[in-house]
Design a protein around this ligand. Structure first.
Ligand code: AMP
Length: 218
């Protein structure tokens, strides 16, 4: 099972990939998460990636391709995997095709998470998380039950991603339109695209995702 999740920043593909990972017992690989952990570790890759990410630009292809190559080789990916946020350019998609072929596997489906720009900007610029347990919140859609206190662990410390401000979000959406939208055509030609209405609440999006995976197996 190999699934690819495409969608603009804030389309909910990260949340859905984590839900699907739990449901199917396969791993989800997020290049965004991998890069953020490289930055935290102040590694060479992290230092190289930081300025691109802070300004809402894509990190160079060779950097993310190396990350994906090293992850996919890992034995825990044998059962299959979900790619969240990779590929983001046609060059990345072509490398991925070759990589998957060399493993004698195939991509099962490419899910395209569709949402309007208005919703995306609110979802991203409003998002924040608990510093201690990582629980996710949003100033517009989901604030903690008690103001300033995490529902899950009672911590009072929260944080936002540096690249989640309105200015950077607009830049990320523009980059998405220019470099990632053509990927939808790329995978349409291969007859792999399934479009999902990602403006719904996450439980409904997940239902559609699961039924589309089941239909494919019949
Ligand atoms: P995300 O968490 O998927 O929204 O990614 C956050 C940032 O990481 C993006 O705005 C890019 O700067 C970088 N990034 C993540 N995945 C990729 C990728 N496949 N190619 C290039 N840059 C990426």
């Amino acid at each position: 099972m190999i699934y690819i999740f495409l969608g603009a920043p804030g389309s909910g593909k990260g949340t859905q990939s984590k839900m699907l990972q739990k449901h199917l017992g396969i791993v989800s690989i997020s290049t965004g998460d991998a890069l953020r952990s490289e930055i935290l570790n102040k590694s060479e890759i992290g230092i190289k990636a930081k300025s691109f990410m802070d300004s809402g630009m894509l990190v160079p292809d060779d950097v993310v391709i190396d990350i994906i190559k090293s992850k996919i080789k890992n034995v825990e990916y044998e059962k299959g995997f979900i790619l969240d946020g990779f590929p983001r350019t046609e060059a990345q998609a072509k490398v991925l095709d070759n990589l998957i072929k060399s493993l004698d596997k195939k991509i099962d489906k490419v899910f395209n998470f569709e949402v309007s720009d208005d919703v995306l900007i609110k979802r991203i610029s409003g998002r924040f998380s608990c510093k201690k347990c990582g629980a996710l919140y949003n100033h517009y859609f989901k604030t903690p039950n008690v103001k300033g206190v995490c529902d899950d662990c009672n911590s009072t410390e929260f944080e936002s991603r540096l690249d989640d401000n309105e200015q950077t979000v607009k830049q990320r959406l523009e980059v998405y339109r220019q470099t990632s939208l053509p990927l939808i055509e790329f995978y349409k030609k291969k007859n792999l695209i399934v479009s999902l209405d990602a403006s719904k609440i996450s439980s409904l999006i997940f239902e559609n995702l699961i039924s589309s995976i089941k239909n494919n197996k019949q």
